[in-house]
Ligand binder design. Sequence first.
Ligand SMILES: [Zn+2]
Length: 298
Amino acid sequence: VNFKLLGTAAGGGFPQWNCACSLCDLSRKLPELVRPRLQQQALFSSAAAGLFLINASPDIRFQIEANPELHPRSHQGKRNTPIQGIILTSADLDQVLGLLLLREFQPLTVYATNLVRQTLEANTFLRMLERVPNQLSWVEIHPGKPFALAGNITCTPIPLPGSLPYYAGVRGASDQASLGVLLEADGVRLAYTPAVPEVSPALRSIYDSCDAIMVDGTFWSDTELNRTDPATPLARSIGHVPMSGEDGTIALLANVGARQKIFIHINNTNPVLDPRSDEYKFVIDAGWRIGQDGWQLN
Ligand SMILES: [Zn+2]
């Protein structure tokens, strides 16, 4: 299986449109040093199965144009796409807004839990994807239950504790609200988890079984947002284990079995975005890498 990161920033992207913090400022002034990033997005493909997206970011149009494998094929008629399906890990706007940009009457297949589907269908905007019969096809997926994609790829939704986004207007946790993705093909296993609310024993053992893991790198510390603005929440309270500290992902996953450990979904406040920072060096010394837009894993 071929896996590619098309965006590696948390929601809002990097730089964030209304942010004048030193990191966003650096990414505007010295983009070669502190690289701008599109919002989190990934694709995977195999010759037999075709190409699948994991989520649909608000930057999807730029991500499609920047990656030729996502372009329509001129020999296949005037309107087409190589995208065989889109797997949704949650109903968060950062993960689904791109669906609305993929309308133009293009048939789409979306893999989602029943709860995520219902949450999206409750929004009238989504009707733009349901204007003609067979425009939007849903495939229901279940936390912890593997399903096969054409060819030899097996995909297992990893259950993670979480709740629906604010716009849904419902509180309370559900095992259907937030997922990771475990991909398996030709004996290679890869975990994709852009939002990690806790490193449970079950998640740890999935990571241990993998060749490569892509892990929530939203925040360096629990108080990162809170330090600049006391009104903002702690990282853990909004569902992200930070990288640093005794109970951060770097410490908790220090001896994990996976050969490749990559942080993704980096927030614009995270000091690791500057490769000159002590935090960046710490991450690299600990055997991790900071994912970059355009990175490919085979
Ligand atoms: Zn910023």
